[in-house]
Design a protein around this ligand. Structure first.
Ligand code: DGL
Length: 279
């Protein structure tokens, strides 16, 4: 039996990581939790996000995951250290790919697109101190952008206007790399590519995070699904299956490549009685 990887995010964003993992190891079973009842994390207080992260991680551990991926930059900023202190299994988090962006930039000018929560986080401040030295880093908080993606809107005037307005000054200043600091934004790659000059590189952390998860699984002695029949991604959403399934449909219709997804028949509720569900 292959080890199961448990992945969570506030919504669809982490499917970019699940998709990268599935692409690398099609037989690897993946369990995906979308915390849509609490979406968006980007506007919530870190303590509230940490409480949700704990409940979701606990659920995935209880279901037998061999490794967790916190496929959300905002939740990783708020809760990664706490989760690692709490659980014995390997946990992979996400952070805006500022380091590769600065390394690949020739102009030494880069932008980071992130949620308001990630933009204000100590984790991003540390990243800038560690990897942004000698470079100009424009951090662009994008309130509302993940919401559009979560609604399945990855093209069209609203998304384009939001991105164009945020990027106008950094592009004029000569950025040549954009770090996608929210997993939802990976689904905007095609739209972004049409808005920026071809020399501007779009850098997403989904693939490196998937690779890291596989190497940790191997190091832990678990079978990372090297052979066998393809496994789908078993998903459930705390805000209800119908709305999430409709979003998946919209994303697919917009040309977004998603891994094979299978609805988990009877998911256990995840901390449903906590206060603070959808405002
Ligand atoms: N996907 C999440 C991230 O990577 C954020 C979306 C949200 O605001 O909930 O930061």
């Amino acid at each position: 039996m292959h080890a199961t990887v448990g992945i969570f995010d506030s919504g669809v964003g982490g499917l970019s990581v699940a998709g990268a993992l599935h692409h690398m190891r099609p037989a690897l079973p993946i369990r995906y939790l979308a915390d849509t009842a609490y979406f968006p994390y980007g506007d919530r207080a870190p303590a509230e996000i940490a409480a949700r992260a704990l409940a979701l991680a606990q659920q995935l551990v209880d279901e037998g995951a061999a490794l967790l991926v916190v496929a959300c930059n905002t939740a990783s900023s708020a809760a990664l250290e706490m989760l690692r202190a709490r659980f014995a299994l390997p946990i992979v988090g996400m952070e805006p790919p500022l380091k590769p962006a600065v390394e690949r930039s020739r102009s030494r000018r880069v932008a980071v697109l992130a949620t308001p929560g990630t933009s204000a986080s100590g984790r991003l401040a540390r990243l800038r101190d560690d990897h942004g030295v000698g470079a100009e880093v424009a951090v662009l908080p994008m309130p509302g952008l993940a919401d559009l993606v979560e609604a399945g809107e990855v093209t069209g005037p609203r998304v384009q206007t939001m991105l164009r307005e945020a990027l106008a000054v950094p592009l004029r200043d000569g950025i040549d790399a954009i770090a996608l600091g929210c997993t939802h934004y990976g689904f905007l790659r095609a739209t972004l590519a049409r808005l920026v000059p071809p020399e501007v590189e779009l850098i997403d952390a989904a693939e490196p995070v998937a690779r890291r998860a596989l190497s940790l699984l191997t190091a832990a002695g678990a079978d990372p699904g090297a052979g066998g029949a393809p496994a789908g991604v078993r998903w459930s959403a705390t805000g209800g299956a119908a709305a999430f399934a409709a979003t998946l449909e919209r994303l697919r219709a917009a040309g977004v490549a998603l891994p094979p997804l299978v609805l988990e028949p009877a998911p256990a509720p995840v901390g449903q009685n906590r206060e603070g569900a959808r405002r």
